[in-house]
Design a protein around this ligand. Structure first.
Ligand SMILES: Nc1ncnc2c1ncn2[C@@H]1O[C@H](COP(=O)(O)OP(=O)(O)OP(=O)(O)O)[C@@H](O)[C@H]1O
Ligand SMILES: [Mg+2]
Length: 293
């Protein structure tokens, strides 16, 4: 598809005609902080369609990770409903793969053994688990490293292994919470491109949490912008840019137009910030500082 043939209206009509794979209905999450109870996510209503690429953005503390953990089945929620393919989420499942920033690989397993873990847990034979692992290790381009241990890999490589380890289970949904947050800008761009290529070529729905607006616009079909305290959906933005996309798209005026819109949404003055950030303490002078300012 190129600029002249891309019809955004048609593109989104096709997406909305696909089955809903994840549905949040009036979903809320409360947490106890001391004696008080705080609403972190408030009445989230959202429908995500099969094969959509959704990015979730919002200020720190608005509940992005809380939302990801609930979808992953790692945390229970306080009220409302959350359905995958019409079924209530009751716990983690390989059908929802996870790639989180701090979600580390098993350090005592090699790259291949890390990727084999899911199939073996599902009862695959050693041989078939190894074959699936090899296939995914090839797709992420780490075949030369299959016998290395995580500490021998760079951050970008580790995240590629984490992606392979999730995708080998053929999940319906891939959940990514700031997966590229710790990478340098160049590696990050390469990973974004690689992820878009993967998504174009496999049957998967991606829910990707990020702080980075450029990243969200580059990757997403739709961006779910959350506001903080309590976390609520502020707006859902259709990214009407042609696909396949590449990094050069960021220089276009269409991209910049979207960015200024998203920027205004995320940094709007009327948003309350996470109370945890409101009372940052004043740092006392702890040592004798040599030169006065
Ligand atoms: N298990 C928990 N118990 C109590 N409070 C929690 C828990 N998990 C998260 N919170 C609170 O929920 C709020 C949202 O946290 P969350 O990690 O979801 O934010 P976030 O949007 O991912 O922020 P960031 O962009 O900094 O990663 C924070 O105020 C946090 O203190
Ligand atoms: Mg977070």
């Amino acid at each position: 598809m190129n600029n002249s043939t891309f019809n955004a209206h048609e593109y989104f009509q096709k997406i909305y005609a696909r089955p809903v794979i994840l549905e949040a209905k009036n979903l809320s999450q409360m947490f106890k902080h001391g004696k008080t109870e705080r609403t972190i996510l408030n009445q989230i209503d959202l429908k995500i369609h099969k094969r959509e690429f959704i990015c979730v953005i919002g200020p720190s503390g608005c509940g992005k990770s809380t939302f990801s953990r609930i979808i992953a089945g790692l945390d229970a929620y306080s009220s409302g409903e959350l359905l995958v393919d019409g079924e209530k989420i009751t716990g983690p499942s390989p059908e929802r793969g996870m790639v989180f920033q701090g979600y580390t690989l098993f350090p005592w397993k090699t790259v291949k053994e890390n990727v084999m873990f899911g199939p073996l847990m599902k009862g695959a034979s050693q041989m078939s688990a190894e074959a699936s692992a090899r296939e995914w290790i090839n797709i992420i381009g780490l075949e030369k490293y299959e016998n290395q241990y995580p500490h021998q890999l760079s951050g970008g490589m580790k995240q590629r292994v984490a992606i392979a380890r999730a995708l080998v289970n053929e999940p319906k949904i891939l959940l990514m919470d700031e997966p590229f947050g710790a990478l340098d800008p160049h590696t990050r761009q390469k990973m974004q491109k690689h992820l878009m290529d993967l998504w174009e070529n496999i049957d998967i729905t991606i829910i990707f949490v990020t702080h980075d607006m450029d990243e969200a616009i580059l990757l997403a079909d739709r961006i779910v912008a959350l506001k903080a305290n309590p976390g609520e959906i502020k707006e859902i933005i259709e990214v009407d840019l042609p696909r396949p996309r590449n990094i050069e798209l960021m220089q276009t005026k269409e991209f910049k137009r979207l960015k200024s819109h998203v920027d205004q949404l995320v940094h709007a003055q009327d948003d309350e910030i996470d109370p945890a950030l409101e009372d940052l303490p004043k740092i006392p002078r702890m040592t004798q500082i040599s030169s006065e300012r």
